[in-house]
Design a protein around this ligand. Structure first.
Ligand code: ARG
Length: 462
């Protein structure tokens, strides 16, 4: 039976159920690489500072490298009885090199150790997430280019509002995911700080060189207060909130895809590769992947609330409650990363029904704004133009005549200002291209937005 790290002052063994209850190995084994990396840096620093002999440091480091191999190949299966991944590794090291293994923990506590592991994990994960977001944004720029001339309905209140370029629509999501990537990058400034050397929370009696271990771990800088270094989890909360915002954006996008692929909308074709059928209704093609992305959003929000609640009443500094930070962290990170990736794969295979959309938009009441703006150009005050156009819309509905099919004489019964030119204005293309303002849906503006988007993607690579 292996000894727990802290048992010497106790006369009774730890209750087995209590050990099972408190063990975090099944969760924090996720951190074994970060933990070993952190230990190697710590031991290297200890030997550089002559706190432990170089030869012993070498033995410890070799042992740790072997253990990393053992865990990654499955030769060593971390066991719950070892309490946490830090202990799994230290116990294994003891088996390999004997009592020298104990020197690994000189000037260190599991408190700064786990804080270090978590920050290393966050750095790695933020990098992966930014990469996944970059791929999604590259796809959105491609979609915008491909569907620039496809005209779709722009909605407000889920009512058809005005025709827009589909490219413009995709670029709206490009902007959202761009901010998401920036948010993660901003967060890096606060993540990239080494807590190693804070020890339990008050610092160490050993002459630790905290800059050196930070540098070995590629951290930008070191903690400024050892209590804060081990006891805050705000960067995890910030990370999960960035994940929550990404999921919120994906979920809205998923909602559009679900609606638009329905029979009632029928604007797009989901690939069979990302749809499912029904076991009872043979005609069904369901957007399950989009629905799952939407559904998993709730899970990530849950993780955010989970950790906020864990932290809200904790006295300084470390409390064991904080071990519960890892399930929501890992779950939010994995859920968000896999959602971004699967969404990108699915979106890549999604096709807009360009011909149908172009036809639908060309006969629709959403051209009404063009009539009002036409009258404004002819000198009518906008409020009057709005009223006149409203009457024309009623006429169109009552007589079942699409706006472009209304005869000029009919138009003129509503206002003398109408002439032949109204028909040129009453096309979705004219509607779109009549927009003159920055960032609008006009083709020239959409093209400029695509160019700018590509430039920003390019600039990010360097
Ligand atoms: N497994 C613990 C965690 O994740 C490590 C720190 C344990 N420290 C302690 N003082 N019990 O938080």
């Amino acid at each position: 039976k292996k000894e727990l790290l802290w048992q010497s002052r106790f006369s009774e063994p730890f209750d087995r159920e209590a050990l099972f209850f408190s063990s975090s190995v099944d969760v924090d084994r996720e951190l074994y690489q970060e933990d070993i990396k952190g230990s190697i840096a710590h031991v290297t620093m200890l030997s550089d500072e002559a706190i432990i002999p170089v030869e012993e440091a070498r033995l410890i480091i070799e042992g740790l490298e072997e253990i990393e191999q053992e865990i990654s190949t499955g030769a060593l299966e971390p066991h719950w009885e070892d309490e946490d991944i830090h202990t799994v590794i230290e116990n294994r090291l003891k088996e390999k090199i004997g009592p020298i293994a104990g020197k690994i923990h000189s000037g260190r506590s599991r408190n700064d150790q786990v804080a270090t592991d978590t920050r290393l994990y966050l750095k790695k994960t933020i990098g992966e997430m930014r990469q996944a977001l970059r791929e999604l944004r590259t796809l959105l720029a491609d979609k915008a280019e491909r569907y620039r001339e496809t005209i779709i309905f722009g909605y407000t209140h889920l009512q058809r509002a005005q025709p827009i370029s589909a490219g413009h629509y995709y670029l709206a999501y490009f902007s959202m995911f761009e901010r998401d990537a920036e948010r993660l990058q901003d967060l890096m400034a606060r993540v990239n700080i080494s807590p190693l050397g804070a020890a339990a929370f008050a610092g160490s009696t050993l002459p630790l060189n905290v800059e050196r271990s930070a540098e070995l771990l590629d951290f930008g800088t070191v903690f400024s207060n050892s209590i804060d270094a081990v006891s805050d989890r705000d960067i995890i909360i910030e990370f999960i909130s960035a994940c929550s915002i990404i999921m919120m954006h994906l979920s809205r996008f998923a909602e559009d895809l679900i609606l638009w692929s329905s029979y009632e909308f029928d604007y797009l074709n989901l690939s069979d590769a990302f749809a499912t059928g029904s076991s009872i209704m043979p005609q069904k093609k369901n957007a399950d992947i989009a629905e799952l992305v939407r559904g998993k959003t709730g899970r990530v929000y849950g993780a955010l609330i989970n950790l906020l609640v864990i932290m809200k009443g904790l006295p300084l500094s470390y409390n064991r409650d904080m071990q519960e930070d890892k399930p929501p962290l890992f779950d939010a990170a994995k859920t968000t990363l896999s959602s971004v990736r699967i969404f990108t794969r699915m979106l890549c295979k999604t096709e807009l029904k360009t011909e149908r959309l172009n036809t639908l938009t060309s006969r629709d009441l959403s051209l009404a704004t063009e009539i009002a703006e036409y009258l404004v150009r002819k000198g009518m005050p906008f409020r009057d133009a709005h009223r006149v156009t409203g009457r024309i819309v009623t006429h169109s509905i009552e007589t079942g005549t699409a706006l472009p099919d209304i005869e000029l004489e009919s138009f003129r019964t509503f206002s003398e200002l109408f002439d032949e030119q109204i028909y040129a204005a009453l096309t979705p293309q004219a509607s779109i291209n009549s927009k003159q303002t920055h960032g609008s849906t006009a083709m020239a503006s959409v093209e400029a937005q695509i160019r700018a988007a590509r430039e920003r993607l390019e600039a990010e690579k360097s």
